[in-house]
Design a protein around this ligand. Structure first.
Ligand code: PMP
Length: 397
């Protein structure tokens, strides 16, 4: 008898199946709008010119362990990038720790919250949300609550506020700083202000999931608006989970950072010690190569200028593809209202087509997308956008 006799089979996250099926398809017309990874105008992965420049400078960076909290110049560079001109930074009220990309940052944030006795073990996430939020927090023994987020092809502000006002005081709440995954619908600035006010009233602790800063609009500052509003205008303590997967195309390098904004510099010192403690217990020390790349980009003015251009290249290509897809659907007089595609922002579009239609797109047109009907706009380009629109058109008719 095996000790694993009662081991369950745990189904994988279906989004990884989408790419697997796409890769196994030999049809030359196939399109992958499943995974959320940037593709250039030829449908290929893109190494950012700024990242190429940085890599040429750090060829000899070696393979030593980093300190537990990560590469110092990386942490100061990232902290300056995100929090420049804030009182929190001026007053030394920011604790930080390098993490295994955005996922690791959320993980450290959750662990640190528990150790800091700042958590009642409850967390609120949006429904729908990034497919890993629920698993991640549940695996750390949080009780996960879902808040309505999406209705009539838009942010369901009323439904969201109603459940926010009923949230259990002291809970954590995951806020998508920009480019809500998967809906592409963000609160307006006026709505963010109302959200902040209830977060304060209910004494909720925001975890700003910031996987898309800079990638969304081309400007880190514009994309960080909500976060800055919470910490500067409202003086709310927060955690921030940062990732350079999208904004520098460093997906597989697992380069991110978690930051805690605290009331006082003394508390930031304590939070730093807690972050080191939970980092030690989980991965001991973070990954070196990606942090050398990011640090070189951020701390070298010429390369940083190039990165600013790279962000615009990526975000404007995605925006252009949104428009082109929409224009094409209008030209084809495809039944339905497709305007949400151009109102949404970020990497994803939410099409709202049914599971049967998604299967039809795959079987007949070799188009691969998430089972939620989310499409990664970055998978579209001038060569396949008309084909994609035609497939949608004939599928929904
Ligand atoms: N949060 C959200 C909302 C995301 O979309 C992603 C990436 N898909 C992540 C976090 C984490 O990504 P990574 O660990 O690759 O940085």
């Amino acid at each position: 008898r095996s000790v694993f006799e009662s081991a369950p089979y745990i189904p994988p996250d279906l989004i990884f199946e989408v790419t697997k099926n796409y890769l196994a398809d030999s049809d030359p017309k196939k399109v992958n709008v499943g995974a959320g990874t940037y593709r250039d105008e030829n449908g290929q992965p893109w190494v950012l010119p700024s990242v190429r420049m940085a890599k040429s400078l750090i060829a000899d960076c070696g393979h030593e362990y980093l300190p537990i909290a990560g590469l110092k110049s990386f942490r100061t560079g990232v902290t300056e990038l995100v929090f420049h001109d804030t009182n929190a930074l001026r007053n030394d009220c920011i604790a930080s720790c390098q993490s295994l990309s955005g996922t690791g940052a959320l993980h450290l944030a959750a662990l640190a919250l528990k150790k800091a006795n700042a958590s009642n073990g409850e967390v609120y996430i949006t429904d729908p949300t990034w497919s890993n939020h629920e698993l991640l927090f549940e695996s750390l023994d949080f009780v996960v609550h879902k808040m309505p987020y999406y209705k009539n092809s838009a942010f369901d502000f009323d439904g969201y506020m109603e459940s926010l006002k009923a949230a259990i005081p002291g809970s954590a709440i995951v806020l998508h700083t920009c480019a809500h995954n998967p809906t592409g619908c963000d609160p307006s600035q006026a709505q963010w202000k109302e959200i902040a006010s209830v977060v304060q009233d209910r004494q909720l602790f925001p975890i700003f999931d910031s996987a898309y800063l800079g990638f969304n609009s081309g400007s880190v500052d514009a994309d960080a608006w909500a976060l800055k509003y919470f910490i500067e205008e409202c003086n709310i303590e927060v955690a921030v989970a940062l990732s350079f997967a999208k904004s520098m195309g460093l997906y597989g390098e697992r380069t991110g950072m978690v930051a805690f904004v605290t009331r006082s510099p003394e508390l930031a010192v304590n939070l730093n010690s807690i972050l080191e403690n939970v980092q030690r217990a989980t991965v001991s020390s973070p990954v070196a190569y990606g942090s050398h790349i990011v640090s070189t980009v951020l701390n070298n003015p010429d390369i940083k200028d190039q990165w600013a251009k790279d962000l615009v290249t990526m975000s404007s290509r995605i925006q252009a593809m949104r428009q082109k897809l929409y224009d094409e659907l209008v030209r084809l007089q495809t039944p339905g209202d497709w305007s949400p595609i151009i109102r949404q922002s970020g990497m994803f579009g939410y099409t709202g087509i049914s599971p049967t239609q998604i299967k039809h797109m795959q079987d007949k047109y070799h188009i691969y997308m998430a089972d939620t009907s989310r499409i990664s706009i970055a998978g579209l380009n001038d060569k396949n956008v008309e084909y994609f629109a035609m497939a949608i058109d004939s599928t929904v008719r």
